[in-house]
Design a protein around this ligand. Structure first.
Ligand code: SAM
Length: 279
């Protein structure tokens, strides 16, 4: 199925990013689209009213959250059937990223309507780009499970991964999560990005071990960034086999070559030559 977003006038749902704290972090295009659509789906109507009234947007708001998303999805499809255009926003950041939206988007696609992204803020990228950690590749884990045993299992499953890991965490659980991360992953560099874009934004670049003695402010929102495993490679492996091993582990060819260059402290073109040309 090919969607040509702007070449016909099929009813559309726009997935619109809104600020993650600072009200100014919204795009001109987002404001324009929110003013143009027939209705706006949002999580908490009170939260969204604050943002929308700041931009003088007075549209019908439809509440769409985890507890009503199944029934509301059908209502939204009915509106698209009538030729209406909709916008989906969440309380903060990009809808669908640990926020409702995924199932609705799937259904809209299935019904043959357009889904168009209006990109903007998201805590993942805002945190990563200031972390100083390796960005390519990274894995977004989102929230860890709350149940202790499942949480530890999930952390364990990332133990050997050499890419940067990104976790969302509630302020009340940050301390315990840092302890679990240290117990399972050992000492690593981490970055705690707190209250991004807001008055009390705080970026703490430290290690897991040192973080255990930090005073963790239980107010505000946190992203935890963790450097990947420094697992040493088998030095008897040829460069080519090293790349192939990473591809076997699930990395794509380009990322695997990049990681081999970094691990062996050689240039990417040396890896390329050994892998593609001499190999
Ligand atoms: N959809 C949002 C996004 O695109 O980033 C994420 C929503 S999720 C329900 C909320 C989590 O995102 C918070 O618990 C926190 O981990 C992270 N987050 C959101 N805003 C943040 C901010 N300003 N600073 C740090 N973390 C933030």
């Amino acid at each position: 199925m090919i969607q040509r977003s702007f070449q016909d006038d099929k009813p559309t749902i726009y997935v619109v990013s809104t600020p993650i704290g600072n009200l100014k972090d919204i795009t001109y295009r987002a404001v324009e689209i929110l003013n143009e659509v027939d209705a706006i789906l949002c999580e908490d109507t009170r939260t969204s009213k604050t943002l929308l009234s700041h931009y003088h947007i007075h549209k019908q708001l439809i509440s769409f959250h985890d507890h009503n998303k199944t029934e509301k999805t059908q209502d939204m499809i009915a509106l698209l059937n009538e030729g209406k255009n909709l916008a989906l926003i969440s309380d903060a950041g990009t809808p669908g990223i640990n926020d409702p939206g995924y199932e609705l988007i799937q259904e809209v696609i299935k019904q043959g309507y357009h889904v168009v992204s209006i990109p903007g803020a998201s805590a993942i990228l805002a945190a990563l780009v200031v972390s100083g950690c390796l960005i390519q590749p990274f894995t977004f884990i989102g929230f860890l499970p709350r149940k202790n045993s499942s949480k530890k299992e999930v952390i364990e499953s990332y133990h050997q991964r050499i890419e940067t890991l990104v976790i969302y965490e509630s302020p009340l659980r940050v301390k315990k999560t840092l302890e679990d991360l240290y117990d399972i992953l050992g000492d690593r560099q981490i970055v705690l990005a707190r209250e991004l874009t807001k008055m009390f934004e705080t970026i703490t670049r430290t290690s897991l071990k040192e973080s255990l003695s930090l005073e963790i402010d239980t107010r505000g929102e946190y992203v935890i960034i963790i450097e990947g495993s420094k697992k040493t490679y088998d030095s008897s492996l040829s460069i080519k086999d090293h790349v192939l091993q990473l591809i076997d582990e699930g990395y794509d060819e380009k990322d695997a070559m990049k990681m081999v260059a970094k691990k062996r402290q050689i240039t990417k073109s040396d890896v390329y030559k050994a892998y593609k040309i001499n190999g």
